[in-house]
Design a protein around this ligand. Structure first.
Ligand code: SF4
Length: 307
C-alpha cells in the first residue's frame, strides 16, 4: 500500500475567502494566498451561495429566523434580510446551485466562512462571540455531504493549518481507497492510529477495538462502517493548545531522531516564531519521508509523479 496522494485534493471554498469581494458589505479576503506555494497543491472551487441566490453585492445582511440551517431545510426556519424581506426562496436556490457546483467539481473538502448565516458551520454570527443558530443554510448541506470541513479563518494560523492539512491528507487518501480485506484495514490502522489518538484517545481506541473484534472475513458493510468512523474522527476540529502540544511532541521526537538543528529556528511560543516552527517541522517531515521513516504525525503526504 502506498501512503501517498498523487492527485491534488479538490477543495471548495467560500468565495469571500478566495479574494472575491462578495460579502454583503462588498468585502472579501484572500486567505488562500497565505498558504504561499502550498496553495498550488490543491484545486480550488470558490462558491458564494448568497451571490448564487441572485441577491447581488452589496446587499442587506440577513439572518436565520426561528431556527438553524437544518430547520430551514425542514421548512421550519426562514432567512430574512435586515429590511425584513423574506429571502428564503432565493437563498434556497443559491445553496442548491452552489452545492451542485461543488459536486460537479467533485470536491472532497470545503473551507467555509465561519460566522455567516449561509456558510457558517459552528456559528452563524460574529457578534459578541455568540454562536447564532448553527449550522447556516449552506453549512447544513456541507455537513450532510460529509465534506472535510475547515474554517477558512484557520488558513491564517500556521499551526492550525499544519493540523488541518495533515488530517485532510489522511481523510482524502482513506476516502479514495478501495479496501477489500481485514489485513488492509490493519495496515491502515497501523499508520492512522496515532493521528486518531491525537484527536480523541477514547474514540480512537474504540475504532481499534472494533477492528480487533471483527471476524476474520469481513464484508463490505463492515469496511464502510469502519472507514466512516475513522473519517468522522479525523475531521473533528481541535483546540489550539492541543495542536500546540502535539506539534511540540513531534518536533522533539524527530529532532532527537535525526539530530536536526537549525540556527534560524525561533521558540514556537512567540508570535514571530510560529511560522518558522511550522517550516522547521515541515523540513523534518520531508527528511523523515525521504529517508523512509514513517512520520506518525503526518501519515499521508501529497507527492505527484512529477515531483
Ligand atoms: S460567507 Fe458565504 S454567502 Fe457569505 S459572502 Fe462568503 S461565500 Fe458568500
Amino acid at each position: 500500500m502506498e501512503y501517498i496522494l498523487k492527485e491534488k485534493i479538490r477543495m471548495g471554498i467560500s468565495a469571500c475567502n478566495f479574494g472575491a469581494k462578495v460579502r454583503w458589505n462588498h468585502i472579501g479576503w484572500d486567505r488562500v494566498s497565505l498558504l504561499e506555494r502550498q496553495q498550488l497543491d490543491y484545486s480550488w472551487t470558490p462558491v458564494c451561495p448568497e451571490v448564487n441566490s441572485g441577491l447581488g453585492v452589496p446587499r442587506p445582511p440577513m439572518k436565520l429566523v426561528s431556527g438553524n440551517g437544518d430547520d430551514f431545510w425542514a421548512g421550519k426556519a426562514r432567512m430574512k434580510n435586515k429590511k425584513g424581506r423574506d429571502v428564503s426562496d432565493a437563498v434556497k436556490n443559491g445553496a442548491i446551485v452552489s452545492l451542485d457546483i461543488l459536486k460537479r467539481a467533485d470536491v472532497e473538502a470545503y473551507a467555509f466562512m465561519e460566522g455567516s448565516p449561509s456558510c457558517g458551520v459552528y456559528r452563524t454570527t460574529l457578534k459578541n462571540k455568540r454562536l447564532g443558530k448553527p449550522p447556516g443554510v449552506f453549512g447544513s448541506l456541507a455537513l450532510k455531504e460529509e465534506f472535510f470541513l475547515i474554517s477558512a479563518i484557520d488558513l491564517e494560523s500556521p499551526w492550525k493549518w499544519w493540523d488541518w492539512s495533515r488530517r485532510l491528507h489522511a481523510f482524502v487518501w482513506l476516502k479514495r481507497q478501495d479496501i477489500k480485506t481485514k489485513k488492509e484495514l490493519y495496515d491502515i490502522w497501523h499508520i492512522f492510529k496515532f493521528i486518531c489518538q491525537e484527536v480523541d484517545v477514547a474514540a480512537a481506541n474504540a475504532i481499534g477495538q472494533k477492528l480487533a473484534n471483527a471476524p476474520k472475513k469481513i464484508n463490505a458493510d463492515f469496511i464502510s462502517s469502519w472507514k466512516a468512523d475513522v473519517l468522522q474522527l479525523i475531521r473533528r476540529p481541535s483546540k489550539l493548545n492541543r495542536i500546540y502540544s502535539i506539534m511540540i511532541k513531534h518536533y522533539a521526537h524527530y529532532r532527537k531522531q535525526f539530530g536536526l538543528k537549525s540556527k534560524e529556528i525561533q521558540p514556537p511560543d512567540v508570535a514571530s516564531g510560529k511560522r518558522n516552527f511550522v517550516e522547521e517541522l515541515g523540513k523534518m517531515e520531508r527528511r523523515a519521508i525521504d529517508e523512509g521513516y514513517h512520520f506518525a504525525g503526518r501519515p499521508i503526504i501529497y507527492k505527484p509523479d512529477t515531483r
